[in-house]
Design a binder for this molecule. Structure first.
Ligand code: PLP
Length: 415
């Protein structure tokens, strides 16, 4: 059959005429395939999925109730565009009371998003011209960089290493690149490293941004999920509002991934530009969903309960992994535990299996131990374990953790 003319029409940014022809299998697809193969090889066995990047529970009942009542109101039925004032006000109050960020003007310094992913895909159009550089941390969540490249921008990767507490070395950017750099994208607590920022690091980021005339975008998808103390907002840093924006999301902090709602807050001019591009991109999230999220923001104890669950699970997982020989340390927040991948495993008979990469370890863990994780080989070989595994009760959590300990207990790992 001859090739459709459509094949010749694709834009270069997605591969041009070669679009769809690559045989490369990407990481998450490899994990899926390995899981399917493991299930087929061990029918009825339980795969323990520690690779999931989203909450295992539903939104809290009161938030679901709020959605239902708001969905019945005729005034919420139409295009939401850039939103009414309900979520904006709740967001400003949340930033003040939960994060200690004073003085956010809800009308001019906050606009909702259809999730942070959507905001990260919209913002490059407001800032990136061909040739501009974006400073992105790796490993990380690549969406802003992907869209910047769609627009002819370039990405400079800043590796997150254990030696630097998984914070980027802002002094490492070459001067020539710095001249063309427009945006620094940060994300703390970080996916995948689980690392948290410090007020000192955020202060350094503000100074760096001012000195080099750069915008800071802090992706705060996990910021509210802290195990102790209050969430650390970038906007709480003196001067942050002059240089940047923060992207909050209800996905992880209120178990609302599928609902698609968050907010962008910070510098007025940047918020306005985000709103202008957004206005030409989507027609806003359903107001009933925005109001349900606003209800959540008014009840930060929901997030505290979610974080307490992750904290409990994290302590148990750290203990299990340390028992298995990993160098695991409990993070201060998020639901990710990031540990150095072993170089080899040795079984009871002394047979050694060598691993060239974290990806090989992850494939081995699924195949041999029916444990799913996410490998990262971008800045050293690491495995990401998530504590969002499916468990309905605390007893079930303990059972799953005992299973992990048992499955890892008959090998010795070498690092
Ligand atoms: C670092 C990071 N940013 C943004 C997102 C997307 O969040 P949202 O559901 O708000 O689009 C994710 C989701 O996994 C994430 O890990």
């Amino acid at each position: 059959m001859s090739e459709s003319y459509i094949q010749s029409l694709f834009a270069e940014r997605i591969g041009g005429s070669q679009y769809g022809k690559s045989q490369a299998i990407y990481k998450f697809e490899k994990i899926k395939r390995a899981k399917r193969a493991a299930m087929a090889a061990h029918p009825g066995a339980e795969i323990i999925d520690l690779g999931i990047g989203e909450p295992d529970e539903m939104a809290f009942p009161e938030v679901v109730e709020k959605l239902c009542s708001e969905a019945r109101r005729p005034e919420n039925r139409g295009y939401a565009d850039n939103g009414d004032s309900v979520l904006k006000q709740a967001a400003a109050q949340y930033l003040d009371q939960v994060c200690g960020v004073k003085g956010i003007n809800p009308e001019t310094e906050v606009i909702h998003s259809i999730g942070s992913k959507a905001a990260l895909s919209i913002l490059p159009a407001a800032l990136i011209n061909p040739g501009d550089y974006v400073l992105m941390t790796v490993p990380g969540y690549p969406v802003f960089g992907t869209h910047a490249k769609y627009l002819g921008g370039r990405v400079h990767n800043l590796p997150l290493t254990e030696q630097n507490q998984f914070l980027p070395d802002l002094g490492s950017v070459p001067a020539e690149m710095l001249r063309h750099a427009k945006v620094l994208v940060l994300n703390y607590p970080n996916n995948p490293t689980g690392a948290s920022a410090t007020p000192e690091f955020f202060a350094q980021a503000v100074k760096f941004a001012r000195e080099n005339q750069i915008v800071v975008i802090h992706d705060a998808a996990y910021t509210a999920l802290v195990f102790e103390g209050r969430p650390l907002s970038f906007l709480a840093t003196p001067g942050a509002k002059e240089v940047g924006l923060e992207l909050h999301s209800a996905s992880k902090s209120f178990n609302m991934t599928g609902w698609r709602c968050g907010f962008v807050a910070g510098n007025e001019l940047l918020v306005r530009a985000y709103g202008d591009v957004k206005d030409n991109t989507d027609s806003g999230q359903f107001l009933a969903i925005q109001h349900a999220v606003a209800h959540g923001l008014d009840h930060p104890e929901i997030t505290e309960q979610i974080a307490a669950k992750y904290s409990r699970r994290m302590s148990a997982l750290v203990a299990v992994l340390v028992g298995a020989g990993f160098q695991a340390r409990k993070p201060k927040g998020s639901f990710f535990l990031y540990v150095r991948a072993p170089r080899s495993s040795v079984n009871k008979d002394g047979v050694r299996t060598k691993f060239q990469s974290a990806e090989e370890v992850s494939q081995w863990l699924i195949t041999e131990k029916l444990i799913s994780t996410v490998p990262w080989d971008d800045a050293g070989a690491y495995l990401r374990f998530s504590v969002t595994f499916a468990a309905k009760t605390v007893a079930d959590e303990s059972r799953i953790m005992s299973q992990v300990a048992e499955r890892l207990g008959d090998v010795r790992f070498e690092f």
